[in-house]
Design a protein around this ligand. Sequence first.
Ligand code: TXA
Ligand code: MG
Length: 320
Amino acid sequence: MAIISSCTASTLKDAATSLRSGNLVAFPTETVYGLGVDATNKDAVAHLYQVKGRPSDHPLIVHISSMANLDKWAREIPEYAIKLARAFWPGPMTLILPRTILAKDFITGNQDSVGIRVPSHPLASALLAEFEKLGGLGVAAPSANRFGKVSPTSTEDVKIELDRYLGAKDLILDGGMCQVGLESTIIDCRFQNPKILRPGAITREMIEEICSIKLETNQESELVRVSGLLESHYAPKAKVFLTGNPSMGDGLIALSNFETPIGVIRLASPVDSFQYAQVLYRALRLADQKNIENVFVVPPTGGGISIAINDRLHKAAFNT
Ligand code: TXA
Ligand code: MG
């Protein structure tokens, strides 16, 4: 596995060629790093599932370079989905739509729908454009972590996560730290109204404004509530506590105006909720690197991206 730290037109072309040959390429997006593979190559996708250690019925998001390619993968696209795509692509949003025959069972986990996203990170856009020039139709990319673990937001974190599992021909493209820091908002667009399946940087308010509708009552807070019933996700080795007080040797993640008690290890001090989202996964990883057993988190309050932060925190705290 090689890390490409200064991506140029020529290295991006090589990376796209490598993808077309069935290899894996980890690449930065504005949300988190993805582990990319040619979405039409069954063997390569099978290899990806192996590297991730992910159950094969778990669907993948297909990444395309622009909205123009949407109807290759999806059909029966409602008017509101077009509006959302126009407003928020390229960007941190995934649309779930009925699939075309291009989206095979090995991408959709046997579902009749497919998840599509146009990322905005310049390296992701350039890689996808090169890939499409070579005849590629879409890059399937889950977050570049082992199944159930915290998504990586830097090249270093991808390396720590997947070094042992990637092969000699696989690549990691270095695009620095991800800007958003949390995975894309996933919106189910198969019914009369959009439904948020995973909250993210594209918030309920933003969706409501673009679609000129009011979404059903508090979809995301429902998610937050039931998340304790779901399998653990986004979890570090450390135990994550959302209530209670840290003691000597425990880790702490909180907004910068929250003081660190004596003997407690501060893992992040974001100044606002956007920065909170950006540094959260790095801070959870840092806890594991420092062998900290207990991490106390003071979640941000309010709406907007805080909803997504709370969703991930509740999942990270599942086992505690
Ligand atoms: O920000 C992101 O979305 C990142 C970057 C790399 O693009 N990707 C990402 O992929 O988070 P992944 O595989 O870690 O999470 C994708 C989620 C999964 O929970 C999966 O169940 C859901 O998307 N998903 C994908 N296709 C779906 C479908 N057809 N129906 C329902 N959920 C779907
Ligand atoms: Mg993931």
